[in-house]
Write a protein that binds this ligand. Structure first.
Ligand code: UD1
Length: 356
C-alpha cells in the first residue's frame, strides 16, 4: 500500500516519526509532505535529524500567515501533490492548520484520510486547534485515538464506531524510544546551562501571548517565582517576536533561551522540579515522566492527564499557581498513574490496522 504523511508544525514531527517507521518496517511505500507551516531550523529541521525522519519528498513552503491564508495556501499547494502521488491513505496528525487543510483536500478528492490523535476535545471553540480537531475528525475515514475519552467524544458527535480505533499515544512512542538518548544528553546540558534544581516554562498559545493584558501579568508571576528556583524558558518564535524587549528585562533567574531540540527538551522535562506550560503535548509528556505540570489554560483537550496524570489546570489563577508551584518544588505534588496504551506501541497498532 502507499501512504502519504502530512506534517507541518513542530508537534507533528514526533507523532509522524514512529508511524512512518512502523509502516516502513512492514515494507509499505511512503511519501512525506512537509507543508512548511513551521520553517525555522530550530522549529523543524533539527527534529527531522534527531527523530530520524527522512527528508520530505515534497515541501510546500507555505510559511506564516493568518489562519485563512495559511490554511488556503496549504490546500492549494497540497492538492496537485496528492493528485500526482495517488496514495491509498493520507495520514494527518494532531490539530494544527496543516492537519485540517490536508484532510479537507483529501475528503473532496475521495482519498481516504486517517487522523492520528483523533477525538481530543477542549470544548473551547475560541482555540483554533479545537476547530481543526472537530473538522478533521468529521472528515476522516479512520480515527486513531490516544485515550478512551477520545472515543467517547467521537461517539457523542455521531462518528461511526467502526471508524474509530483506540491505539494509544504515538507521541509517547517517540518519548520512550528517545529517552535513553535524552538521558545521555542531560549531563552535557546540565553543565552548559549550570543546572541544579530548576523549573521549565513554555508559552505560545494565542490566548496567553497575543495581548498585553494576558501576557504581562503572567510574565510578572513567572519572574517572581524564578527567585525561588531558576526557570528555563525556551521561547517560541511567536512569543519572542511579540515580547523580545520585555523578556530581556526579566531577572536573570528567568532564563529565556532559543527553542531547544527534542532530546534537550525531553531531558529538561524529565529533570525539572516543575513544568509551567500552555502546550498540549507537554501535558502528556510530563504525565508519562511523572513531572508536575501546571497548565496555564482554563481547559484541556487532554483531561486524562489531569485525572490520571500529573497535570493541574491553573488558568490565570496566580494564587493557585503559587500554591502548586511551591508544592511541586518541595516534592508534594500529585503522582501519576499509568495511562492505558501509552506503552510505546501505538504506532505498531496503527500500522497493523492500516494494513488491514
Ligand atoms: C502552531 C499550531 C499550534 C501548535 C504550535 C506548536 C495552529 C493553528 N497552531 O502554532 O497548535 O501548538 O504550532 O508550535 O496550527 N514562526 C516563526 N518561525 C516558524 C514558525 C512560526 O517565526 O518556524 C512565527 C511566525 O511569526 C508565525 C507565528 O510564529 O506567524 C505563529 O506560527 P503559526 O504556525 O501560525 O502558529 P504557532 O503559534 O506556531
Amino acid at each position: 500500500m502507499k501512504f502519504l504523511h502530512v506534517v507541518g508544525a513542530r508537534p507533528n514531527f514526533m507523532k509522524a516519526a514512529p508511524v512512518y517507521r512502523a509502516l516502513a518496517g512492514r515494507g509499505h511505500e511512503q511519501v512525506l509532505v512537509h507543508t512548511g507551516q513551521h520553517y525555522d531550523a530550530l522549529m523543524s529541521d533539527v527534529f527531522f535529524k534527531t527523530l530520524e525522519i527522512p527528508n520530505p519528498d515534497e515541501s510546500l513552503n507555505v510559511g506564516s500567515g493568518s489562519h485563512a491564508q495559511q490554511t488556503a495556501s496549504i490546500m492549494s499547494r497540497f492538492e496537485p501533490v496528492v493528485l500526482a502521488r495517488q496514495p491509498d491513505v493520507v495520514l494527518v496528525y494532531g490539530d494544527v492548520n496543516s492537519t485540517v487543510a490536508a484532510a479537507l483536500v483529501c475528503s473532496k478528492l475521495g482519498i481516504r484520510v486517517a487522523h492520528v490523535e483523533a477525538g481530543l476535545r477542549s470544548r473551547d471553540r475560541s482555540m483554533p486547534e479545537e476547530i481543526n480537531r472537530l473538522v478533521t475528525d468529521q472528515l476522516s475515514d479512520m480515527l486513531f485515538t490516544p485515550s478512551v475519552d477520545g472515543d467517547e467524544n467521537l461517539a457523542r458527535e455521531g462518528i461511526q464506531e467502526a471508524k474509530v480505533f483506540l491505539v494509544g499515544n504515538v507521541m509517547i512512542d517517540t518519548l520512550i524510544r528517545f529517552l535513553p538518548s535524552a538521558d545521555e544528553r542531560y549531563a552535557k546540558l546540565k553543565s552548559e546551562l549550570s543546572l541544579d534544581s530548576f523549573g521549565l516554562v513554555t508559552l505560545h498559545r494565542p490566548s496567553n501571548v497575543d495581548d498585553e493584558a494576558s501576557f504581562l501579568p503572567m510574565l510578572a508571576v513567572l519572574d517572581e517565582l524564578s527567585h525561588e528556583i531558576p526557570l528555563i524558558f525556551p521561547v517560541h518564535p511567536r512569543t519572542r517576536q511579540k515580547w523580545a524587549s520585555h523578556l530581556e528585562r526579566c531577572n536573570p533567574n528567568l532564563r529565556t533561551i532559543e527553542p531547544l531540540g527534542y532530546l534537550e527538551f525531553l531531558a529538561l522535562q524529565k529533570n525539572a522540579k516543575v513544568v509551567v506550560t500552555d502546550s498540549g503535548g507537554i501535558q502528556e509528556e510530563t504525565t508519562y515522566l511523572g513531572t508536575p505540570c501546571l497548565t496555564l489554560r482554563e481547559n484541556t483537550e487532554r483531561p486524562i492527564t489531569v485525572t490520571l496524570g500529573t497535570n493541574v489546570l491553573i488558568g490565570r489563577d496566580w494564587v493557585l499557581l503559587r500554591k502548586h508551584f511551591h508544592e511541586a518544588i518541595n516534592g508534594g505534588h500529585k503522582v501519576a498513574g499509568g495511562i492505558p496504551l501509552w506503552d510505546g506501541k501505538a504506532s505498531e497498532r496503527i500500522a497493523d490496522i492500516l494494513a488491514k
